[in-house]
Structure formats: structure tokens, C-alpha cells
Design a protein around this ligand. Sequence first.
Ligand SMILES: [Zn+2]
Ligand SMILES: [Zn+2]
Length: 255
Amino acid sequence: MHIRILGASACIGQPGQTTCFQIGGDTLIDCGTGCASLAEEELLAVRRVLLSHGHIDHCGLLPLLADAHACRQGPGIEVYGLAETLDALRQNLFNGKLWPDYTQTPSSDRPWVKLVPVEVGDAVPLVEGMATALPAQHSVPALGWLVEGPWRAMAFSGDSGPCPAFWHWVCGVPSLTDVICEVTYSDEHLQEAMRQGHMTPSLLAPLLADLPPNAHLWLSHGDPGCRDALIEQMLRQAPPGLHVARLKEGALIEL
Ligand SMILES: [Zn+2]
Ligand SMILES: [Zn+2]
């Protein structure tokens, strides 16, 4: 099973696209602008979206993904997220004002978009593995996700400041090889990061001590104004042995 990175940035502006990872062919984690790089047949192959939270850089293309299925008589999609996140989608995106309410059409029992609430610890079966909702700490209710494939596992922090429960969970996964963690700001913006529920290198470094040796730490969601500085700071502060790199659009992670 592979994870293809369609969007790993906090903002748009080529080549950056906002958060969207394709797992196998039929699952997305988040539905930011990276989703727009999928071909028509790839859009129709998407059957489920695992949402981290309701901010627009993570779910903004859901209405257009639903539209791709509705226009071409596709199978429709299931959207998994916290109940609070799904309520925000109902109230603000699928409300019949900005866009058709695809959660009720063509019928309420078989809509193009089926909203499926999950809580921390809930598992969603995938074709070749399993996804599990993980805790996160952000300015709005949010999740991370653990994806376990046939051989290896990858954890994604979502948008999150320091969340010890997330790190305790992922460090206990024996097959863990990859962690995608948001680091939005460099340490010069520590107060801003803490106010917004985001990470800086000095906030993240103490949480990495129990990661398996030789794990890959992928940094995502970097603010364009401090992206280079935060990579340098993270490389200086990370435990020895950890492979630290910036996650970029087009990357592939094999599980
Ligand atoms: Zn956010
Ligand atoms: Zn974000």
C-alpha cells in the first residue's frame, strides 16, 4: 500500500497545495487543494475521506469532490471525522447556499456524501489495512490518523500543537516507520503557534524521544515565511538517528 502526497502545505501557491494524502486508490486523508491534482477516474475511485478537522485548507475541496461523483454518477464518498467537524461541514459547506447539499441528495438514505462520525480510537477498515483516529490539540476539534498497512505504519498529526497522547499512542505502534507531523512555524513564532494550536521545532523536539530509531519524520504544513528556518531548527533539535525531511507534493510513502 502506498501513500501519495498530493498536498502538504499550509497555503496555496505553486508548487504548494494544501493537505491531501491519497492512500491506495480509494481513500484520502483530508481534502485540501491537493485533491485537484487527481485525474477524473482517480476522483471517482475515491470512496472515503478521513478528515483531521474542519479548517478550509483541509476540507475545502470536499464540495467539488462530491460534485465530481454527482455529475458523473460515481459511487459517492464517505467522510469520517469528529461529530463537531461534521456539524461544521453541514452548517457551512453542505447547506444548500454555497453549494448543493450533497449529504441529502439524490436521497437522504443514499446521498453522494455520507457523513460518518468517529471518536479517538475508532478504526476504519481500508482495502489493505486499517486507519485509526488519534488525538490532536488544535484551535478547533481535531484528529490525527494512524494508517497501518501490510508491513509498516504511518502516523499523521493533523494540525496540532503538542499532544502527548498522540505521541504516546504512535510510539507504541511496533510497525511504525513514518510520522507526518505539522510544524507550521519556526521557534521565533512560538507564542503565535501556541495560540493557534500549531507546532514549532522546540515544541516538537521533546516529544520525539520515544520514536523508533531510524523512523522518518516528515515535516508538513510549514508557513511559507519560515519554512527554511524551521527545517534547520528541527534538524538541530531532533534526536540522533531520526530521518528528518520536509514533506513535499509528489512524495510516496510505502507501507
Ligand atoms: Zn487547522
Ligand atoms: Zn491547516
